[in-house]
Each structure stands twice: as structure tokens, then as C-alpha cells.
Design a protein. Structure first.
Length: 158
């Protein structure tokens, strides 16, 4: 099975707490994303067995959500909002700055960058999601701080 014993155990515990085991699917998808770094074909197959539903159904739910990925993207993920409010408050410049500064700080593919729809953090525009933390309003000084913060938190970074 593509999932670790610990991941399977956590998912089964969640299934037992739900009125219907399949109600734990979103929790399971999020858990797999965190533990395995992706919800790829092998993970979908394993979840299909655990939930006794077809892989197509698992895949359909997994591909609906931006925060789940079918391939490994890096240990950390910075998602910059491209919603209207954030774009009006210079999110495009933040995005450009992140890309440029990331090349200076991370020689390897440790951090994935992506643009996402509104994060629901419009009152803090321009906003971003750094791993699981919402941040904003961002300015150019924050960009370097975010990237250096990731270096500080990443025990494997050298
Ligand atoms: S438009 Fe960016 S958080 Fe809503």
C-alpha cells in the first residue's frame, strides 16, 4: 500500500468517528497530502481500498481542491492569491518578487510557488498561504522574510 502505517491508522480512526466512514474522505486527502507530499495515483488507489469507493471518485474529489496535488511539489508551498482584491493591491509584484528572490535563497526545488483563487483573506490583501499559514498584507520586505522563515523551519535544509 502507498500509505504509511501511521497515515492509515489516523485515517481509520477518523472514519470511526464519522457517522459514515466516507465522510472522512476530505480529512484523509488532507492527511495524505501532508504525510506523503501528494495525492498521486498510488495514494488514490490506497484511499480507494480504504474507503471502498472507486479510484475515479477519489480522484474527482482530490482534483477539485487546489490544496491537493497529484504530484510532489516540494516540502513547502507558497500560494499567492490572484483574486481581484489582492491583484488590485499589488499581488502580481509580490508574485514576481517571490520568484526572483526564491532563486537566490533556494538552489533546489524545496519550495513550490503557485497562484491560487481568493484565499478568503481579502481584508489582508495582498495575501498568501505559506504552508498552512495565511499571511498578509504582504509587502516586498515580507517576501524575503517568508522565504528565510521557511529556511529556518526546514530542518533538512542545508
Ligand atoms: S482576493 Fe486575495 S484573499 Fe481574497
Amino acid at each position: 500500500m502507498a500509505l504509511s502505517e501511521a497515515t492509515v491508522k489516523v485515517i481509520k480512526q477518523a472514519q470511526q468517528k464519522m457517522p459514515m466512514p466516507r465522510s472522512a474522505l476530505l480529512f484523509a486527502l488532507r492527511t495524505v497530502q501532508i504525510d506523503e507530499g501528494q495525492v498521486g495515483p498510488k495514494e488514490v488507489e490506497a484511499l480507494s481500498e480504504l474507503f471502498a469507493v472507486s479510484p475515479v471518485q477519489i480522484e474527482g474529489v482530490a482534483r477539485f481542491y487546489d490544496l491537493l496535488s497529484g504530484e510532489p511539489k516540494g516540502r513547502h508551498h507558497v500560494r499567492v492569491c490572484e483574486g481581484v482584491v489582492c491583484v488590485m493591491r499589488d499581488a502580481d509584484a509580490i508574485w514576481e518578487s517571490l520568484g526572483t528572490q526564491m532563486e537566490d535563497i533556494f538552489p533546489t526545488n524545496i519550495v513550490a510557488l503557485s497562484r491560487v483563487a481568493c484565499l478568503g483573506h481579502c481584508d489582508h490583501a495582498p495575501a498568501a498561504l505559506v504552508d498552512d499559514s495565511l499571511v498578509g498584507p504582504l509587502d516586498h520586505d515580507d517576501v524575503r522574510e517568508i522565504l528565510e522563515g521557511i529556511v529556518g523551519r526546514d530542518a533538512d535544509y542545508d
